[in-house]
Design a protein around this ligand. Structure first.
Ligand SMILES: NC(=O)C1=CN([C@@H]2O[C@H](COP(=O)(O)OP(=O)(O)OC[C@H]3O[C@@H](n4cnc5c(N)ncnc54)[C@H](OP(=O)(O)O)[C@@H]3O)[C@@H](O)[C@H]2O)C=CC1
Ligand SMILES: O=C(CO)COP(=O)(O)O
Length: 319
Protein backbone atom coordinates (compact mmCIF):
# COMPACT_ATOMS: atom_id res chain seq x y z
CA UNK A 1 0.00 0.00 0.00
CA UNK A 2 1.10 3.51 -0.76
CA UNK A 3 0.07 6.85 0.70
CA UNK A 4 0.03 9.90 -1.53
CA UNK A 5 -0.02 13.23 0.28
CA UNK A 6 -1.30 15.98 -1.99
CA UNK A 7 -4.35 15.52 -4.22
CA UNK A 8 -3.41 18.04 -6.89
CA UNK A 9 -2.68 17.13 -10.51
CA UNK A 10 0.49 15.11 -9.93
CA UNK A 11 -0.51 13.28 -6.76
CA UNK A 12 -3.83 12.26 -8.28
CA UNK A 13 -2.23 11.17 -11.55
CA UNK A 14 0.27 8.96 -9.70
CA UNK A 15 -2.57 7.49 -7.65
CA UNK A 16 -4.49 6.67 -10.83
CA UNK A 17 -1.46 5.06 -12.51
CA UNK A 18 -0.63 2.90 -9.49
CA UNK A 19 -4.20 1.88 -8.62
CA UNK A 20 -4.96 1.01 -12.22
CA UNK A 21 -2.35 -1.74 -11.98
CA UNK A 22 -3.61 -3.06 -8.69
CA UNK A 23 -1.56 -1.14 -6.10
CA UNK A 24 -3.91 0.10 -3.36
CA UNK A 25 -3.42 3.82 -2.68
CA UNK A 26 -4.58 6.20 0.01
CA UNK A 27 -4.82 9.69 -1.48
CA UNK A 28 -4.83 12.57 0.99
CA UNK A 29 -5.86 16.15 0.31
CA UNK A 30 -6.13 18.96 2.84
CA UNK A 31 -9.58 20.21 1.84
CA UNK A 32 -12.27 17.98 3.45
CA UNK A 33 -15.04 19.22 1.12
CA UNK A 34 -12.97 18.61 -1.99
CA UNK A 35 -12.01 15.15 -0.71
CA UNK A 36 -15.65 14.27 0.03
CA UNK A 37 -16.59 15.31 -3.49
CA UNK A 38 -13.71 13.33 -4.98
CA UNK A 39 -14.76 10.25 -3.01
CA UNK A 40 -18.31 10.56 -4.35
CA UNK A 41 -17.78 11.58 -7.97
CA UNK A 42 -14.43 9.77 -8.49
CA UNK A 43 -13.56 12.70 -10.78
CA UNK A 44 -10.80 15.21 -10.02
CA UNK A 45 -11.00 18.80 -11.25
CA UNK A 46 -7.23 18.49 -11.89
CA UNK A 47 -7.63 15.63 -14.39
CA UNK A 48 -10.73 16.16 -16.51
CA UNK A 49 -12.14 12.99 -18.05
CA UNK A 50 -10.15 10.58 -15.86
CA UNK A 51 -12.08 8.22 -13.55
CA UNK A 52 -10.46 7.32 -10.24
CA UNK A 53 -10.00 3.53 -10.05
CA UNK A 54 -11.67 1.85 -7.07
CA UNK A 55 -8.26 1.01 -5.57
CA UNK A 56 -7.86 4.63 -4.47
CA UNK A 57 -9.16 5.48 -0.99
CA UNK A 58 -9.62 9.23 -0.65
CA UNK A 59 -9.20 10.89 2.75
CA UNK A 60 -8.78 14.29 4.41
CA UNK A 61 -7.25 12.51 7.45
CA UNK A 62 -3.49 13.08 7.29
CA UNK A 63 -2.57 10.67 10.09
CA UNK A 64 -4.50 7.88 8.40
CA UNK A 65 -2.81 8.42 5.02
CA UNK A 66 0.61 8.68 6.65
CA UNK A 67 0.44 5.18 8.16
CA UNK A 68 1.91 3.60 5.05
CA UNK A 69 5.63 2.78 4.84
CA UNK A 70 5.92 4.44 1.43
CA UNK A 71 4.61 7.98 1.13
CA UNK A 72 4.70 10.09 -2.02
CA UNK A 73 4.82 13.79 -1.16
CA UNK A 74 3.05 15.59 -4.01
CA UNK A 75 2.62 19.16 -2.82
CA UNK A 76 4.40 22.21 -4.26
CA UNK A 77 8.00 22.69 -3.11
CA UNK A 78 7.34 25.75 -0.97
CA UNK A 79 4.62 23.77 0.92
CA UNK A 80 6.69 20.66 1.62
CA UNK A 81 8.07 21.89 4.91
CA UNK A 82 4.57 22.78 6.19
CA UNK A 83 3.22 19.39 5.15
CA UNK A 84 5.99 17.57 6.99
CA UNK A 85 5.45 19.79 10.03
CA UNK A 86 1.78 18.81 10.07
CA UNK A 87 2.73 15.14 10.29
CA UNK A 88 2.93 14.35 14.01
CA UNK A 89 4.43 10.86 13.71
CA UNK A 90 8.25 10.62 13.45
CA UNK A 91 7.82 8.24 10.47
CA UNK A 92 10.82 6.13 11.53
CA UNK A 93 12.05 4.05 8.60
CA UNK A 94 9.30 5.29 6.27
CA UNK A 95 10.27 6.00 2.67
CA UNK A 96 9.35 9.57 1.89
CA UNK A 97 9.41 10.15 -1.85
CA UNK A 98 9.41 13.83 -2.81
CA UNK A 99 7.47 14.40 -6.02
CA UNK A 100 7.96 18.16 -6.03
CA UNK A 101 10.45 20.08 -8.17
CA UNK A 102 12.16 23.09 -6.71
CA UNK A 103 14.43 24.62 -4.10
CA UNK A 104 13.00 25.60 -0.73
CA UNK A 105 13.30 29.37 -0.36
CA UNK A 106 13.52 29.28 3.42
CA UNK A 107 16.52 26.93 3.56
CA UNK A 108 18.02 27.03 0.05
CA UNK A 109 17.86 23.25 -0.13
CA UNK A 110 16.08 20.67 -2.27
CA UNK A 111 13.28 18.37 -1.10
CA UNK A 112 15.49 15.55 0.21
CA UNK A 113 17.20 17.83 2.72
CA UNK A 114 13.86 19.37 3.72
CA UNK A 115 12.62 15.83 4.45
CA UNK A 116 15.74 14.89 6.43
CA UNK A 117 15.52 18.06 8.49
CA UNK A 118 11.87 17.44 9.39
CA UNK A 119 11.95 13.62 9.72
CA UNK A 120 15.53 12.54 10.41
CA UNK A 121 14.54 8.90 10.95
CA UNK A 122 12.82 8.58 7.58
CA UNK A 123 14.49 7.65 4.29
CA UNK A 124 14.22 10.40 1.63
CA UNK A 125 13.88 9.73 -2.09
CA UNK A 126 12.94 11.80 -5.12
CA UNK A 127 10.69 11.00 -8.07
CA UNK A 128 11.32 13.37 -10.94
CA UNK A 129 11.68 13.58 -14.72
CA UNK A 130 9.68 14.45 -17.82
CA UNK A 131 5.99 13.73 -17.28
CA UNK A 132 2.80 15.71 -17.40
CA UNK A 133 0.18 14.60 -14.91
CA UNK A 134 -2.40 14.37 -17.70
CA UNK A 135 -0.18 11.97 -19.66
CA UNK A 136 0.44 9.74 -16.65
CA UNK A 137 -3.25 9.65 -15.79
CA UNK A 138 -4.14 8.65 -19.36
CA UNK A 139 -1.66 5.78 -19.21
CA UNK A 140 0.61 7.25 -21.90
CA UNK A 141 4.23 5.99 -21.80
CA UNK A 142 6.49 7.96 -19.45
CA UNK A 143 9.99 7.48 -18.06
CA UNK A 144 11.06 9.02 -14.76
CA UNK A 145 14.01 8.98 -12.39
CA UNK A 146 13.76 7.54 -8.90
CA UNK A 147 16.66 8.84 -6.81
CA UNK A 148 17.54 7.43 -3.42
CA UNK A 149 20.86 7.55 -1.56
CA UNK A 150 20.25 4.02 -0.23
CA UNK A 151 20.75 1.77 -3.26
CA UNK A 152 18.67 -1.15 -1.93
CA UNK A 153 15.75 1.06 -0.93
CA UNK A 154 15.98 2.79 -4.32
CA UNK A 155 15.78 -0.58 -6.04
CA UNK A 156 12.73 -1.53 -3.98
CA UNK A 157 10.99 1.78 -4.66
CA UNK A 158 11.77 1.51 -8.36
CA UNK A 159 9.90 -1.79 -8.50
CA UNK A 160 7.11 -0.69 -6.19
CA UNK A 161 6.33 2.47 -8.18
CA UNK A 162 6.89 1.34 -11.79
CA UNK A 163 3.91 0.36 -13.92
CA UNK A 164 3.68 -0.87 -17.51
CA UNK A 165 3.43 2.70 -18.80
CA UNK A 166 5.38 4.47 -16.03
CA UNK A 167 8.99 3.30 -16.33
CA UNK A 168 11.35 4.31 -13.54
CA UNK A 169 15.12 4.44 -13.84
CA UNK A 170 17.03 4.61 -10.58
CA UNK A 171 20.04 6.54 -9.36
CA UNK A 172 21.73 7.20 -6.04
CA UNK A 173 22.52 10.78 -7.13
CA UNK A 174 19.72 12.51 -5.25
CA UNK A 175 21.33 15.95 -5.55
CA UNK A 176 21.65 15.71 -9.32
CA UNK A 177 18.10 14.44 -9.79
CA UNK A 178 16.46 17.08 -7.63
CA UNK A 179 18.52 19.98 -8.96
CA UNK A 180 17.79 19.00 -12.57
CA UNK A 181 14.05 18.98 -11.85
CA UNK A 182 14.22 22.27 -9.96
CA UNK A 183 16.29 24.20 -12.49
CA UNK A 184 14.56 23.11 -15.68
CA UNK A 185 11.47 25.01 -14.51
CA UNK A 186 13.50 28.23 -14.31
CA UNK A 187 14.79 27.76 -17.86
CA UNK A 188 11.26 26.91 -19.05
CA UNK A 189 10.06 30.31 -17.82
CA UNK A 190 12.87 31.94 -19.80
CA UNK A 191 11.92 29.95 -22.92
CA UNK A 192 8.24 30.79 -22.54
CA UNK A 193 9.10 34.49 -22.24
CA UNK A 194 11.31 34.21 -25.32
CA UNK A 195 8.55 32.66 -27.45
CA UNK A 196 5.86 34.90 -25.93
CA UNK A 197 7.87 37.99 -26.85
CA UNK A 198 8.36 36.74 -30.42
CA UNK A 199 12.14 36.29 -30.14
CA UNK A 200 12.05 33.04 -32.10
CA UNK A 201 13.01 29.38 -31.96
CA UNK A 202 16.73 30.03 -32.45
CA UNK A 203 16.79 32.17 -29.32
CA UNK A 204 14.92 29.45 -27.44
CA UNK A 205 17.49 26.84 -28.50
CA UNK A 206 20.23 29.15 -27.21
CA UNK A 207 18.41 29.57 -23.88
CA UNK A 208 17.90 25.82 -23.51
CA UNK A 209 21.56 25.10 -24.21
CA UNK A 210 23.01 27.87 -22.07
CA UNK A 211 20.36 27.05 -19.44
CA UNK A 212 21.54 23.46 -19.41
CA UNK A 213 25.09 24.75 -18.85
CA UNK A 214 23.79 26.68 -15.81
CA UNK A 215 21.96 23.63 -14.49
CA UNK A 216 25.07 21.49 -14.81
CA UNK A 217 27.29 24.18 -13.22
CA UNK A 218 25.12 24.59 -10.13
CA UNK A 219 24.56 20.85 -9.76
CA UNK A 220 28.30 20.08 -10.06
CA UNK A 221 28.99 22.72 -7.40
CA UNK A 222 26.77 20.75 -5.03
CA UNK A 223 28.43 17.43 -5.90
CA UNK A 224 25.99 16.06 -8.51
CA UNK A 225 27.16 13.75 -11.28
CA UNK A 226 27.12 15.25 -14.81
CA UNK A 227 25.44 12.14 -16.24
CA UNK A 228 22.46 12.66 -13.96
CA UNK A 229 21.95 16.13 -15.45
CA UNK A 230 22.22 14.62 -18.93
CA UNK A 231 19.47 12.12 -18.05
CA UNK A 232 15.70 12.16 -17.64
CA UNK A 233 15.65 14.39 -14.57
CA UNK A 234 17.76 17.09 -16.24
CA UNK A 235 17.99 17.25 -20.01
CA UNK A 236 14.88 15.10 -20.47
CA UNK A 237 12.65 17.32 -18.39
CA UNK A 238 14.27 20.47 -19.78
CA UNK A 239 13.36 19.37 -23.32
CA UNK A 240 9.74 18.68 -22.34
CA UNK A 241 9.11 21.75 -20.26
CA UNK A 242 10.78 24.29 -22.56
CA UNK A 243 8.81 23.20 -25.61
CA UNK A 244 5.29 22.36 -24.46
CA UNK A 245 2.24 24.53 -23.88
CA UNK A 246 1.16 21.94 -21.31
CA UNK A 247 3.86 23.25 -18.96
CA UNK A 248 2.68 25.84 -16.45
CA UNK A 249 6.19 27.26 -16.10
CA UNK A 250 6.43 27.69 -19.86
CA UNK A 251 2.95 29.27 -20.04
CA UNK A 252 3.83 31.64 -17.18
CA UNK A 253 6.89 32.70 -19.17
CA UNK A 254 4.77 33.14 -22.30
CA UNK A 255 2.41 35.43 -20.37
CA UNK A 256 5.40 37.48 -19.17
CA UNK A 257 6.68 37.72 -22.75
CA UNK A 258 3.28 38.87 -23.98
CA UNK A 259 2.82 41.31 -21.11
CA UNK A 260 -0.31 39.44 -19.99
CA UNK A 261 -1.52 38.56 -16.49
CA UNK A 262 -1.22 34.97 -15.25
CA UNK A 263 -3.56 33.26 -12.76
CA UNK A 264 -1.66 33.41 -9.43
CA UNK A 265 -3.41 30.22 -8.21
CA UNK A 266 -1.57 28.10 -10.77
CA UNK A 267 1.48 26.25 -9.43
CA UNK A 268 4.60 27.73 -11.08
CA UNK A 269 7.57 26.26 -9.26
CA UNK A 270 10.27 28.04 -11.29
CA UNK A 271 9.52 31.53 -9.95
CA UNK A 272 10.48 30.85 -6.31
CA UNK A 273 13.25 28.50 -7.41
CA UNK A 274 14.83 31.23 -9.56
CA UNK A 275 14.98 33.43 -6.47
CA UNK A 276 16.48 30.63 -4.39
CA UNK A 277 19.06 29.90 -7.11
CA UNK A 278 20.02 33.56 -7.37
CA UNK A 279 20.67 33.68 -3.62
CA UNK A 280 22.77 30.50 -3.73
CA UNK A 281 24.73 31.80 -6.73
CA UNK A 282 25.46 35.11 -4.99
CA UNK A 283 26.51 33.31 -1.81
CA UNK A 284 28.83 30.86 -3.58
CA UNK A 285 30.09 33.10 -6.39
CA UNK A 286 28.49 31.17 -9.26
CA UNK A 287 27.51 32.63 -12.61
CA UNK A 288 23.79 31.91 -13.25
CA UNK A 289 22.72 34.72 -15.59
CA UNK A 290 19.53 33.16 -17.01
CA UNK A 291 18.27 32.27 -13.53
CA UNK A 292 19.00 35.83 -12.41
CA UNK A 293 16.95 37.40 -15.18
CA UNK A 294 14.10 34.93 -14.62
CA UNK A 295 14.06 35.84 -10.92
CA UNK A 296 13.83 39.53 -11.84
CA UNK A 297 11.20 38.95 -14.54
CA UNK A 298 9.01 36.78 -12.30
CA UNK A 299 9.19 39.34 -9.49
CA UNK A 300 8.18 42.15 -11.87
CA UNK A 301 11.56 43.82 -11.37
CA UNK A 302 12.58 43.68 -15.05
CA UNK A 303 10.87 43.68 -18.43
CA UNK A 304 11.58 41.11 -21.11
CA UNK A 305 13.50 43.68 -23.11
CA UNK A 306 15.64 44.57 -20.07
CA UNK A 307 16.24 40.86 -19.43
CA UNK A 308 17.29 40.38 -23.04
CA UNK A 309 19.66 43.37 -22.90
CA UNK A 310 21.17 41.94 -19.73
CA UNK A 311 21.88 38.57 -21.38
CA UNK A 312 23.10 39.96 -24.71
CA UNK A 313 25.44 42.55 -23.19
CA UNK A 314 27.49 39.98 -21.30
CA UNK A 315 31.16 39.74 -22.35
CA UNK A 316 31.89 37.28 -25.17
CA UNK A 317 33.53 34.10 -23.85
CA UNK A 318 34.49 30.55 -24.67
CA UNK A 319 31.68 28.04 -24.81
N1 LIG B 1 1.40 18.55 -12.75
C1 LIG B 1 2.42 17.93 -13.35
O1 LIG B 1 2.34 17.61 -14.55
C2 LIG B 1 3.64 17.59 -12.58
C3 LIG B 1 3.92 18.16 -11.35
N2 LIG B 1 5.08 17.87 -10.71
C4 LIG B 1 5.40 18.51 -9.44
O2 LIG B 1 4.47 18.12 -8.46
C5 LIG B 1 4.37 19.13 -7.46
C6 LIG B 1 2.88 19.40 -7.22
O3 LIG B 1 2.37 19.90 -8.43
P1 LIG B 1 0.88 19.68 -8.91
O4 LIG B 1 0.25 18.49 -8.28
O5 LIG B 1 0.90 19.74 -10.37
O6 LIG B 1 0.23 21.01 -8.32
P2 LIG B 1 -1.29 21.36 -8.15
O7 LIG B 1 -1.36 22.84 -8.09
O8 LIG B 1 -2.12 20.66 -9.15
O9 LIG B 1 -1.67 20.75 -6.72
C7 LIG B 1 -0.99 21.08 -5.57
C8 LIG B 1 -1.70 20.41 -4.42
O10 LIG B 1 -0.96 20.65 -3.23
C9 LIG B 1 -1.85 21.03 -2.23
N3 LIG B 1 -1.16 21.87 -1.26
C10 LIG B 1 -0.58 23.07 -1.44
N4 LIG B 1 -0.03 23.50 -0.30
C11 LIG B 1 -0.27 22.56 0.63
C12 LIG B 1 0.05 22.43 1.99
N5 LIG B 1 0.72 23.36 2.66
N6 LIG B 1 -0.38 21.33 2.65
C13 LIG B 1 -1.06 20.39 2.00
N7 LIG B 1 -1.40 20.45 0.71
C14 LIG B 1 -1.00 21.52 0.03
C15 LIG B 1 -2.94 21.80 -2.95
O11 LIG B 1 -4.09 21.80 -2.16
P3 LIG B 1 -5.31 22.80 -2.45
O12 LIG B 1 -5.96 22.31 -3.69
O13 LIG B 1 -6.15 22.66 -1.22
O14 LIG B 1 -4.69 24.18 -2.60
C16 LIG B 1 -3.10 20.96 -4.21
O15 LIG B 1 -3.96 19.88 -4.00
C17 LIG B 1 5.12 20.36 -8.02
O16 LIG B 1 6.36 20.47 -7.40
C18 LIG B 1 5.31 20.03 -9.49
O17 LIG B 1 6.49 20.59 -10.03
C19 LIG B 1 5.97 16.98 -11.21
C20 LIG B 1 5.73 16.38 -12.41
C21 LIG B 1 4.55 16.63 -13.19
O1 LIG C 1 7.37 18.99 -14.30
C1 LIG C 1 6.59 18.92 -15.21
C2 LIG C 1 6.81 18.08 -16.40
O2 LIG C 1 7.85 17.17 -16.19
C3 LIG C 1 5.38 19.78 -15.19
O3 LIG C 1 5.76 21.03 -15.60
P1 LIG C 1 4.98 22.32 -15.11
O4 LIG C 1 5.04 22.34 -13.61
O5 LIG C 1 5.68 23.45 -15.76
O6 LIG C 1 3.56 22.18 -15.60
Amino acid sequence: MIGILGAGAFGTALAVALAREGTPVTLWGRDPEAMAQLATTRLSPHLPGVDLPCGIAVTPDLAQAAQHRTLLLAVPMQSLSDLLGALDAPLDGARLVACCKGIDLATGTGPSKVITRAKPQALPAVLTGPSFAADIARGLPTALTLACGDAQAGHDLQHQLSTRSLRLYRTTDVTGAELGGALKNVIAIACGACIGAGLGDSARAALMTRGFAEMTRLAAHFGARPETLAGLSGLGDLALTCTSDLSRNYRFGQALGQGQAFDPRVTVEGAATARAVTRLAARDGLSMPISAVVAALAAGEATVSEALDELLSRPLKEE
